[in-house]
Design a protein around this ligand. Sequence first.
Ligand code: DGI
Ligand code: FE
Ligand code: FE
Length: 407
Amino acid sequence: MPKRIALFGGTFDPIHNGHIELALAFASLLSLDRVIVMPTFIPPHKLKNDMAPAVDRLAMCRLACAPYKELAVSDLEINRRGASFTILTLEELHRQYPDAQLFLLTGADMFLTLATWYRFADIARLATLCAAPRDDADAACLREYANDLEAQGARCVVTEFTVPAWSSTEVRRRLQNGETLDGEVPSAVAAYIATNRLYTQNRQYLNKEEQYIDIIRGRLTPRRFEHSLAVARQAQHLAEKYGADPEKARIAGLLHDILKDTDGDSQLQILKDFGILLDAVEQKAPKLWHARAGAVFLQHILGIADEEILRAVRYHTTARAGMSLLETVLYLADFTSDDREYSDVDVMRELTERDLEEAMRYAVAYTIDDLRAENRPVHPDTLACYHEILERTGDTNGKGQTPENGR
Ligand code: DGI
Ligand code: FE
Ligand code: FE
């Protein structure tokens, strides 16, 4: 039986990292056995049209709290469906855990209104009232207010540390403007929002592609953005020419470098969040991360389910043995797009127009030579790709053409 339990209520629309940080900070500060995250029911007449349905708010809380053993999520208030009076919930918790000491966690804003809450005296009798300031000014305000409450017999905890003022409103605003989230919410929550298209009703895209272009514009430097558009054009062209799906090729081209300008730590974090382990060569080669992490981002955060597109992005840097036509098209489009300028880009373009296999042989040999010249590790997938081409084309005595460096 847990002995020290905190109730953390709120609309959680959506739950964000500030909420999690606050809950974990109190769990450790107060040695809590459990923090119960309790999304409030919102009566239908109070639902604003940018709010997410209760089931989704609940699901996001569950995803966000899943990694932490001290955080639990309750659907008590949502299932009760009446107005979410905190005192009723506290009394219910008191019935369930008669021996436990109860705490009530609130955001700084809410804390400053506590005295006006329905049956405040009973709330104060049942639970210790806790808040964390957002900054120093806030801290002074909260302490003064806490003193007043204590004068009325309440027990209060206002923390010494501050918790940054992240907000659900800001998360919704970003999503409505087509901006991407960047660490404001746990990755699993971002994925859920994307998959279920929450908070984006106000933004009407003509099609997916328009949305993807907005997303990469926000994430990439202007130069990398132009590169992505150029690779999309070239991938579409090659797909039309060689019989791959031009639509998929365009999308893969647009999105292939989606994480190229994201810092390495964030890329590693995305991989970690979704349980992807890097192999030994990948760990030593940060340039390879954007392809793997990019594919994971597309799948889990943008909600792209198409395996062909995901694989094309995943292998666009290393290539691999057994590549599909779409993978080959993207790989070569990345080498031959309009914006590329390395010493023998013209040879590469000419080969790509003539014969995909020859072009792959040249491109992969080029990459391997380049890496060897710089003493960087060559990924086993790249070598496997190269050996497969040599076997297929019957050229087993050496690497065929060995291009110059300079890409
Ligand atoms: O993202 P782009 O610049 O458009 O192109 P890309 O995704 O093909 O990345 C090219 C970089 O990746 C380039 O610096 C070489 C590096 N790279 C490609 N294959 C390997 C590799 N690096 C290592 N260490 N091992 C590889 O097998
Ligand atoms: Fe790339
Ligand atoms: Fe690229």
